[in-house]
Design a protein around this ligand. Structure first.
Ligand SMILES: [Zn+2]
Length: 328
């Protein structure tokens, strides 16, 4: 497993790789050596103004921070991999649209622009694919030939490894968040109705909590302010649950039920060896709720031999570690 190592300048590795995970709120960078060992890491906020140009400058800055954190020289950098949200073309490095990033609504050549900035080759891939690939090679998926990765965070992302390989389909395979959990149900951000994400995604949960807070008592938004946050983070949900908040409990019950329908249906179709749960909410709630998710999913699984349910192992650096694997 990859872990942070204290830098040892006397052993500066030749040819390190950098991986970037570009999210709607933060940019995570890692610099990795052999076997994806993390040699340096850094994190910055995703710019909220300035569009793709500002994002490129910040991505480059985060890579430089990670190199510095690891005590590494910029000359050691061999290449950079980026996991980006939204639809993209890995061959040209163009990200068509990144809905969670302000001002990014037209195609932008992220790969070439970042490559010009850092002076090394840059490859891009889908952010969830990167995280799944990292779990497949170095995390919770490494013992399995086939598994379904479910990244439960702001949205609900997913990726499929079948017979040892990440399944791409026509580019979008594994979208567990947009599997239907309830026909004719809530409208999802994607335009469909009843998607798993419309019930379980942190964004959707927050929207519903806001609506509920007008007619029911909830501590969620007080906790949010007390912790100096401007959104209902996974940590805020966890505290509200611990405080016995009924709105939080009800909404998360519904979230787990929707995840169960989606995961159970996918398992029935694919008969994977394992289900690996990660993402911000998965990480925070997973340790105590993995069994609940499994139970709900089993209620929608056709056969008696269910797969193994595991938590993702690489945490919030998984996406960046997976992106670094793009560098050959
Ligand atoms: Zn959807």
């Amino acid at each position: 497993m990859a872990g942070l190592r204290t830098p040892r300048p006397t052993q500066a590795p030749v040819g390190v790789r950098a991986g970037l995970d570009l999210g709607g709120t933060k940019i995570q960078a890692v610099v990795t050596g052999r076997s994806a060992r993390v040699l340096g890491a850094a994190r910055r906020n995703t710019p909220t103004r300035g569009g793709p140009d500002a994002v490129v400058a910040e991505l480059a800055g985060t890579v430089r921070d990670a190199l510095a954190q690891g005590g590494l020289d910029a000359d050691a950098l061999r290449g950079v991999g980026v996991g980006a949200p939204g639809s993209l073309d890995p061959l040209t490095g163009v990200v068509f649209q990144a809905v969670n990033i302000d001002g990014w609504d037209a195609p932008f050549p992220l790969g070439p622009a970042l490559s010009a900035e850092l002076g090394v080759p840059v490859s891009i891939t889908n952010d969830v694919s990167a995280a799944v690939e990292a779990e497949r090679r170095y995390g919770a998926g490494r013992a399995f030939r086939s598994f379904l990765g479910v990244f439960w965070g702001t949205g609900v992302g997913g990726g499929l490894v079948v017979d040892g390989r990440l399944l791409h389909g026509r580019g979008s395979a594994g979208e567990i968040g947009h599997v239907c959990a309830k026909p004719g149900g809530r409208r999802c951000n994607c335009g469909l109705r009843g998607c798993v994400e419309a019930y379980a995604g942190r964004g959707a949960l927050e929207e519903r909590a806001r609506r509920e807070s007008r007619r029911r008592k909830t501590t969620l938004f007080d906790l949010m302010r007390k912790r100096g946050r401007d959104r209902l983070t996974s940590g805020v949900w966890l505290r509200a649950l611990d405080a016995g908040d009924e709105v939080a409990g009800d909404l998360l019950d519904e979230a787990i039920a929707a995840l169960g329908v989606g995961i159970g249906s996918a398992v029935t179709l694919l008969d994977v060896d394992a289900v690996v749960i990660g993402g911000g909410l998965g990480e925070r709630l997973g340790p105590r709720w993995l069994k609940r998710i499994e139970k709900q999913a089993r209620a929608h699984t056709f056969f008696k031999q269910p797969p193994v349910y595991r938590l993702a192992e690489l945490g919030d650096m998984g996406g960046a570690i997976g992106a670094s694997l793009l560098v050959r």
